[in-house]
Design a protein around this ligand. Structure first.
Ligand SMILES: NC(=O)c1ccc[n+]([C@@H]2O[C@H](COP(=O)([O-])OP(=O)(O)OC[C@H]3O[C@@H](n4cnc5c(N)ncnc54)[C@H](OP(=O)(O)O)[C@@H]3O)[C@@H](O)[C@H]2O)c1
Length: 290
């Protein structure tokens, strides 16, 4: 089996690693903290401790004929992603990988005013967060064309699942936007995303972009309400958009500026994925069973 190298081996990386480990593959994971390195080792993943911001720390990466998953987020500031640039620059041209799969985000589309969109939608990010992701996509695209290494880009919606739910927010009783004014959001369960990543490595067509979501978007407010009900937490108070501007964090407000609904047909058909959690209700029902 080809070696697996996961650059940014956090939650999703470790889920992907487990899918390969059960098949007997060797998996390496790049992380930047000792704690994460210990966690990887305990999970049978060979840790590579390094900082993607500093090329000199990226050593001994088993890139030759490897399948590389690039999952590290861009830096928190600026409009560029120097981290993926550094990572790709350290790959020795005589040790090229077999394929690279990148996790990007749907923020690259910008606001679509709630429309259903496919991968044909133009990327017009309206936030620095979205522009950094598009920069990462472009860097991989250029490198893939230059080296001839096949690459696939996944534009992923909001990831949810155990440990990734807005529990603290709901416990604090923070408000949500009036559902009538709330934008649409798209979601994917963390375990389904890991399976999509592996499918993209196996069946994704080089140079292609795949939207990754369960295909059942709802408004952001409805999401908070559904999670509260599933977890038996109090329903959050509702505020108007004008009130939200005063009481919500800048981060939350930026998410409320963009609304789009993702078609996931290309993912389902070309990557031949049947989701375990085809909608939020299925994902939340599984929480109760576990
Ligand atoms: N949250 C969402 O809903 C959402 C939606 C779409 C896409 N995404 C993106 O999906 C990707 C995977 O998500 P995830 O939940 O698996 O992320 P995660 O758990 O935060 O994992 C990210 C990993 O990247 C490593 N990393 C970060 N900066 C690094 C650096 N400078 N050098 C070396 N390693 C570095 C971290 O190492 P340490 O563990 O040592 O810190 C961590 O292991 C991320 O890019 C995320 O932004 C998220």
């Amino acid at each position: 089996m080809k070696p697996i190298l996961i650059a940014g081996c956090g939650d999703i990386g470790q889920r992907v690693a487990r899918l390969y480990r059960v098949q007997g593959a060797s998996v390496w994971g790049i992380v930047c903290s000792e704690t994460s390195a210990r966690r990887l080792r305990a999970g049978g993943i060979e840790p590579l401790l390094g900082d993607l911001a500093d090329r000199t720390t990226l050593k001994d990466q088993p890139t030759a004929e490897a399948v590389i998953f690039y999952f590290a987020p861009p830096p928190a500031q600026g409009e560029r992603d120097p981290l993926i640039q550094n990572f790709l620059a350290t790959i020795d041209p005589v040790r090229l990988p077999a394929k690279v799969v990148l996790i990007s985000t749907t923020a690259v589309y910008g606001d679509c005013q709630g429309a259903w969109i496919t991968e044909a939608q133009a990327a017009e990010p309206q936030t620095a967060r979205g522009r950094r992701r598009l920069d990462a996509e472009n860097i991989l695209h250029r490198w893939g064309k230059e080296t001839g290494v096949p690459f696939v880009t996944l534009r992923v919606g909001g990831i949810y699942g155990p440990g990734r739910l807005p529990v603290v927010r709901l416990e604090k009783g923070l408000p949500i936007l009036d559902p009538v004014e709330s934008p649409y959001t798209n979601r994917i369960h963390q375990d389904d995303l890991a399976r999509v990543c592996k499918a993209a490595a196996e069946r994704g067509v080089s140079g292609e972009i795949y939207n990754v979501s369960d295909g059942h978007p709802s408004t952001m407010s409805q999401y908070f309400i559904d999670v509260a009900k599933a977890l038996g937490l109090p329903l959050p108070p509702v505020v108007s958009r004008a009130e939200a501007e005063k009481v919500m964090s800048a981060g939350m407000l930026s998410y409320l500026q963009e609304s789009r609904r993702l078609e996931n047909r290309k993912m389902s058909e070309e990557l031949a994925i049947e989701l375990r959690y085809p909608d939020l209700a299925a994902g939340l029902a599984a929480l109760k069973r576990n």
